[in-house]
Design a protein around this ligand. Structure first.
Ligand code: HEC
Length: 131
């Protein structure tokens, strides 16, 4: 019993540390790749936003717009976009392709794994800035 509690505590700790790490990776990634349009605060007020044909959404309101629940899969899907047929007037870049193309593998990860990791770290970051 004691052992189970200990093991559970260690795992919980590891997971906590991991998600904090993913969040800060996601934050730097966000500032480089997304803040230009969505704004440093995520509220859709980036410098490039006014040049776009359509409005740039407030990413701190993803949960509010989804009845208070953060739409995890939807957010992954919206960032990745590799399975979406481009429509005219669609200004949001296809990050799945870009991340995959720029992936460098040091220990044998596939480009797909690297791209998914970067997308997930962004999703965790967005989850952490919901208002
Ligand atoms: C060139 C400007 C631009 C950049 C850079 C950009 N986005 Fe977007 N994003 C948009 C626009 C415009 C929309 C809304 C229209 C659409 O869905 O294409 C959008 C939509 C979204 C949505 C869906 C929001 C909703 O409420 O449905 C998410 C999530 C998102 N972006 C995340 C990101 C992330 C994460 C990055 C960085 C990796 C990023 N965006 C970079 C312009 C941009």
């Amino acid at each position: 019993m004691k052992m189970t509690v200990l093991v559970t505590a260690i795992f919980a700790n590891l997971l906590g540390v991991q998600s904090v790490a993913a969040e800060s990776t996601g934050q730097s990634e966000y500032m480089i790749a997304c803040a230009g349009c969505h704004g440093e605060s995520g509220k859709g007020d980036g410098r490039l936003a006014e040049l776009l044909k359509i409005g740039t959404p407030d990413l701190t309101g993803l949960a509010t717009r989804n009845e208070g629940r953060f739409p995890f899969e939807y957010t992954v899907f919206m960032i990745d976009r590799r399975n979406v047929i481009p429509v005219h007037g669609n200004d949001m870049p296809v990050w799945g392709d870009r991340f995959q193309a720029s992936a460098t593998s040091e220990r044998g990860e596939t480009a797909e794994m690297v791209a998914r990791g970067r997308i997930l770290s962004l999703v965790y970051y967005l989850q952490s800035i919901q208002q």
